[in-house]
Design a protein around this ligand. Structure first.
Ligand SMILES: [Zn+2]
Length: 100
């Protein structure tokens, strides 16, 4: 990929963008899914969907990801949710349990 300037619409790319291709694609999606001024999305694919629509939200997430910010995408750590009063029995693999 050459670093020469193209006569592209997307030239005001922030310096922190680490994934230019993702950034460009996400911008195009966001541009295509602007609010229609009536609480909905102007894109025909999102007819009836309130804005911000799913595609726009995904585009925003992609824009952040293209800037190296993935903190928002990190799933919360899964913590065991034992009911109160649950006896702390040792966890034994099923294979060991059945082999008596
Ligand atoms: Zn949309």
């Amino acid at each position: 990929m050459s670093e020469t300037h193209r006569s592209d619409a997307v030239t005001d790319r922030p310096d922190e963008v680490t994934d230019p291709l993702l950034w460009k694609l996400a911008l195009e999606v966001a541009d295509a899914h602007e609010p229609d001024g009536q609480g909905g999305c102007q894109n025909l694919l999102c007819a009836g969907e309130p804005w911000p629509c799913t595609a726009w939200n995904n585009a925003q997430r992609a824009l952040r990801a293209a800037q190296g910010d993935v903190a928002d995408d990190t799933p919360a750590p899964v913590t065991p949710n034992f009911p109160a009063g649950w006896s702390a029995a040792p966890i034994v693999p099923a294979t060991r349990r059945t082999a008596a």
